[in-house]
Design a binder for this molecule. Structure first.
Ligand code: B12
Ligand code: SF4
Length: 463
């Protein structure tokens, strides 16, 4: 039995863009969901993982599979359905799973043979068994997995060509920010994989650099932090010789022992969601965790950096409180916090989030011809109506923000400070130049986007 597990491309985020900027090589990551699915698949299945982000595959030239499994974030849904149509026309059954199919079940069910909602661990063997007997059901719900059932991902199945390996050590997030799908999808309970499994899986990753995909590697409560420390101790003891980056909340900076252990275990960088320069913005997004009294963001960033760990900061533009000038404000605040990289995204209503419900009820979703429009739900295009910012206005804010933060003078200042403090100046330089070199590409993408928007009859609200 031959199984293809496919990660559909999105032209806006695929490695094809590496031709336009070679720095983009560092921005294409492995489809871990499919590697986990492969880990759940019994040996009688011959598995190939196809990542379209590495380049368009020639499906005609490939042997006919018995079953196709497709994953998709919302931004990939459009292409996922094209791939599904191709294989269904050949008579090959197609199963789709992942976040988009879960949040848009009816849409997906119309376009594939079978949909698996939520986490796959509890249900995938059953799906395969049914497929083998030609009796696939239209819908399976995996629920939330027992964390001990998460298998070791099949790191051996993907070709070389990625700059980073990938691993997951926890699932779920209790914070439930309005714009984020994680609590809705993975639940509010923070579930931690057994430490020996994580260490063993780390050892099976061939890349030297690894992305820990956890939404928050350290968690928010004392017992989470204690487990993170134990994990880091075990990783250091196993002498993994890996350098890894992860997403964390700001409380990472509050515990010197945690920082020291993370660095010892190979942590070279963390991404932190600051989200908004204004406390009212954090309230609007439901990210009260960042509002802790007496929190000094600059001092927190410094404490992390003192352990030779780079800090990437993420912000969102387009909140109801955001007015003209917000782009420069974010760039200034991020520079003041002292982050090494800045990633700013447009506020985007993703299906299944509280923000989606709110914007639907207020009639504020501008690009709403689905599934075609999903391809713009990359968080790098403004797809909604924003309270104080027009389409041109919000795009201009984004451009001003990037031009300000990634001006050559600011980059040199940051890299010089890293050099002075012996803090990975080369990585910092590459990261900054990667973003800078994309500024021109972004402007082109915005121009194309505005043309697309202009041709849309339902976008008449914009004058
Ligand atoms: C790592 C990551 C990335 C990596 C992508 C790596 C990759 N190619 O997979 C990078 C940094 C590139 C990235 C980019 C983006 N991401 Co991202 N990302 C994540 C993150 C943090 C972890 C994903 C992961 O690997 N999870 C581990 C695996 C094991 O879990 P899983 O994917 O859910 O898979 C399980 C189930 O879903 C299911 N399943 C999945 N696929 C399938 C398929 C079949 C057939 C079956 C049966 C089951 C099944 O089984 C798996 C095991 O239980 C998630 C948050 C999260 N917790 O999931 C956000 C997340 C998926 N990203 C998100 C977003 C919005 C994006 C971007 C659009 C925007 C951005 N700038 O971040 C881009 C778009 C990328 C694209 N390809 O189009 C949103 C998606 C929401 C949505 N509705 O689409 C999430 C949920 C975060 C959030 N804040 O809401 N991302
Ligand atoms: S943005 Fe981060 S902290 Fe907020 S719900 Fe999502 S994963 Fe949790």
């Amino acid at each position: 039995m031959r199984l293809y597990l496919i990660n559909p491309s999105n032209p806006f985020v695929s490695i094809v863009n590496v031709k336009e900027s070679r720095w983009n090589r560092y921005r294409v990551w492995k489809p871990l969901s499919l590697m986990v699915l492969a880990g759940l698949t019994p040996p009688e299945w011959e598995i190939a993982i196809v990542d379209e982000n590495l380049g368009a595959p020639n499906y005609e030239a490939m042997p006919r599979p018995d079953l196709v499994g497709i994953t998709a974030f919302t931004a990939q849904a459009n292409r996922a359905y094209e791939v599904a149509t191709h294989f269904r026309n050949l008579g090959v059954p197609v199963v789709m799973g992942g976040i988009h199919a879960t949040m848009c079940l009816d849409e997906a069910m119309k376009r594939v043979d079978s949909v698996v909602t939520r986490e796959a661990e509890g249900i995938w063997p059953q799906v395969l068994e049914d497929a083998r007997h030609g009796s696939l059901k239209r819908w399976y719900d995996g629920g939330l997995a027992e964390i001990n059932d998460v298998p070791l991902a099949r790191h051996d199945l993907l070709a070389a060509g990625y700059a980073f390996g990938a691993i997951q050590t926890t699932r779920g997030c209790p914070l439930n920010c309005s714009f984020c799908s994680v609590t809705a999808f993975n639940g509010g309970r923070y579930r931690q994989r057994p430490i020996p499994d994580v260490v063993r899986e780390f050892q099976s990753i061939h890349e030297k650099h690894v992305l820990v995909v956890d939404d928050n590697l350290i968690g928010t409560r004392a017992e989470h932090i204690a487990r993170a420390k134990d994990l880091f101790r075990a990783m250091a003891q196993a002498n993994l010789r890996k350098q890894w980056v992860a997403q964390v909340t700001l409380n990472f900076a509050d515990d010197e022992e945690l920082l020291a252990l993370a660095a010892k275990a190979g942590c070279t960088g963390v991404f932190i969601g600051f989200e908004s320069p204004a406390p009212e913005g954090l309230l609007e997004l439901g990210k009260k965790f960042n509002l802790l009294k007496g929190r000094d963001f600059r001092a927190s960033v410094r404490r992390i950096q003192r352990h030779n760990i780079l800090v990437g900061g993420s912000f969102i533009i387009g909140l109801d409180i955001d007015e003209p000038g917000v782009g420069n404000r974010i760039a200034e605040v991020a520079s003041q916090y002292g982050v090494d990289n800045l990633n700013v995204l447009f506020l985007t209503p993703l299906p299944g989030t509280r923000l989606w419900d709110q914007m639907i009820s207020e009639g504020r979703i501008a690009l709403d011809t689905f599934p075609e429009d999903w391809k713009y739900y990359t968080l790098t295009f403004p797809v909604a109506w924003y309270k104080h910012l027009s389409l041109d206005g919000i795009i201009q804010e984004m451009i001003s923000c990037d031009q300000n933060f990634y001006s050559m003078s600011r980059i040199l200042r940051r890299v010089w400070s890293n050099l002075w403090q012996h803090r990975k100046p080369l990585i910092s330089l590459v990261g900054n130049l990667s973003y800078r070199s994309n500024l021109r590409l972004n402007c082109k993408a915005y121009a194309d986007f505005k043309r697309y928007w202009g041709n849309r009859t339902n976008c008449v609200k914009e004058s």
